[in-house]
Design a protein. Sequence first.
Lengths: 466, 466
Amino acid sequence: MRIKMLLLVFLCIVGELFAQTADEKTFRTIYDQALTKGKSYEWLRHLSLQIGGRLSGSYQAQQAVDYTKKELEALGLDKVWLQGVMVPKWVRGLKEYAYIEQGAGEQTIVPICALGGSVATPGGGIKAEVVEVKNFEELKALGKEKIAGKIVFYNRPMDPKLINTLHAYGGCVNQRGSGAKEAASLGAIGVIVRSMNLRLDDYPHTGAMSYGDLPKSKWIPAAAISTNGAELLSTMIRLNPNTKFFFRQSCKNMPEVKSYNVIGEIKGTEFPNEIIIVGGHLDSWDLGDGSHDDGAGVVQSMEVLRIMKQMNYKPKRTLRVVLFMNEENGLRGGRKYAEVARQKGEKHVFALESDLGGFTPRGFTFDCTTEQFAQVQSWKKLFEPYLIHLFIRDGSGADIGPLKDGNLVLAGLRPDSQRYFDHHHSDADTFDAVNKRELELGAATMTSLIYLYDKYGVQTPKKPKG
Amino acid sequence: MRIKMLLLVFLCIVGELFAQTADEKTFRTIYDQALTKGKSYEWLRHLSLQIGGRLSGSYQAQQAVDYTKKELEALGLDKVWLQGVMVPKWVRGLKEYAYIEQGAGEQTIVPICALGGSVATPGGGIKAEVVEVKNFEELKALGKEKIAGKIVFYNRPMDPKLINTLHAYGGCVNQRGSGAKEAASLGAIGVIVRSMNLRLDDYPHTGAMSYGDLPKSKWIPAAAISTNGAELLSTMIRLNPNTKFFFRQSCKNMPEVKSYNVIGEIKGTEFPNEIIIVGGHLDSWDLGDGSHDDGAGVVQSMEVLRIMKQMNYKPKRTLRVVLFMNEENGLRGGRKYAEVARQKGEKHVFALESDLGGFTPRGFTFDCTTEQFAQVQSWKKLFEPYLIHLFIRDGSGADIGPLKDGNLVLAGLRPDSQRYFDHHHSDADTFDAVNKRELELGAATMTSLIYLYDKYGVQTPKKPKG
């Protein structure tokens, strides 16, 4: 009995050693593929330089759908298809124009851009005194009397002390998202929001805003100002409280149009009904060319399936790449994908999104149960030789969020975040700001995680007792 | 007895909790200082944009000595001084010129730069057939017959599969360092070396080379060619084995000149004779402005002492910042510093160098004993909130190397290495390629480690038995 037991332990150890070695070898093959024969960078070059910014409903967004579908088809996947989805269409119109006015003839032009979803100013622009606030509490304390007829200037900067810049973003973005609604409720005629950028520079950063339940008649124009512009405006207001601000923008909400999620699939050999997806979002803002947000995530996700095909890997489970439409201003693609999955009764077991830029990968975040996270942690050692150290429980990605059902594991790639907001939603989000190796390392890291989930399956969460 | 025991355990735990909390607080203060009131970026702006490339013996190198001394003096350290050292002086002369010649009238200009230490070509340049080799074995197999009178083209690229790009560099750099010597021994009249760069681009990358013990009469000119140029040259040779290469360079070795290490010090309050140093090298190549190599290390090291002063931290041990001269082509500053330290009988306990660029810090390498490394590992948890995960035993830094005595711990900052060789030793090593936050995070991470070593001291290595 004892000898049998020892033998069993021995066999387990040997088994594990062999398994380890096989996984290590597969990791090496995956990284070698990405770093020496990778296609992600060339795909991104096309998306960024041949197509450019891909705002939902734009001609460029449709070009991106056509291009990625064609490229996925060329990979020889089992199936590639488009999933139709209606998306909002907002257009920027003419280049925005703004100045700070200290007195007659004393104007200083500053760089602004309309926030996504905002209405236009009247054709001749608007000019009014500016009230600077740092948050909604300050705004409300000032009240209607001080706000009505003014332009509200939200100037709470991202906190440089936060190591993870996503947290700094999270601490500021309500100014952009709800600033117009809050200010309009108190009678403001427009809002100017400090760009979500840690760096002092001249790029205004756009992004989604919403008027919430405010009646359409009360909607006011909202724009972002560059961080240098915000510093300047703040100083001028301090020097002269009667400082006025002028801005003009001609953006417009148009009727919804039909667009598509682009989906490619390799059928599973053992558990074809268990679906693993990897994705990013195909749309971007119209400023810059959307290389980091989220051209990088798109081409990395495509690369995952390309590498699997190149390795001649036959997945046990069904692997899908999903290129979501309309993450930036509607999330319609993510919602549609989840809706169709539910209608069809599809069982998704793992979903991975890359939507934080093409920088050196540091690890992953996981939205899952404690037991599921324990499984992840058992894999950490495999990633360490590739300098992937970060495995934490946190949010995953916006597009895969609607799939959440308490069973499947959701994960997000976590690249280095230090430079992300230098580029995000601005003219500075361009192809030259993406490093080929960093992009490829991200794709390889994603492929490795998908491989492990395919091979070992996902820990089923324990049923609650009772 | 049992109660006393429990009490002791309890007190130990409480003690550790408090100690932990104090260190955690200090870390937070250090990072906050660096990220909100840091001076490293402004110092680097001056070094890079007002002074520029600081090759040993140049006017710019002297300007850098004067500037950093003045800035250190302004910090109110206990002592700031210059340490004289004779350094080699090599000058590039006129801009180099090169072309590939397929036949009469069929020339293609390619970007080259002289390697540091190389002799010039004759004034009219040299032109000869080119022999491409990947390594010294291939060269030697060809032998004198095939090499004599030719230009040898070393074209072994950096290996993209290596995750740590320093290893890829290590696998190639002998072509640059000893290529001329090896080729000259077989009668070659010049060498062209593929730039140490993982990216395909048009920047030639310089760097040190040596003729070793070759008599001066046999010295041949050596230059680097951009990676794109190397690919082109290789293709042309394949298409036409009679392809010729022309290059002209007017670089020159001049008599040695006097230069300086710049040193600043805060005297220790408890163990003033135990010295901790932190440093980078003040010289750079003359291409670009030396922002990453090693302006970053210089300003980060200065920032360590600035933060200590700002925090009003009174170190137990003596803290020194050492800005070494002549790392790139001689290591005279590092050798001089160690020589003087030995003459004075100074006891150095810890030395930290930053010389791998101003990118997001990932951790440190340690050159130390097993027991000393165990001490380091006990500190890992403190660094994790700052996304510092890498603590490994490896080489530290060139300048602090000569201090090595088996007792002191040597360490090197390990920033993310993916983009380093895009810039290293080339016109692409410029201020705009450094990100402020990444630079500051490196400085804070270095300060935190110096703080721990000052507070806890260095584990004394066990004496070997017998």
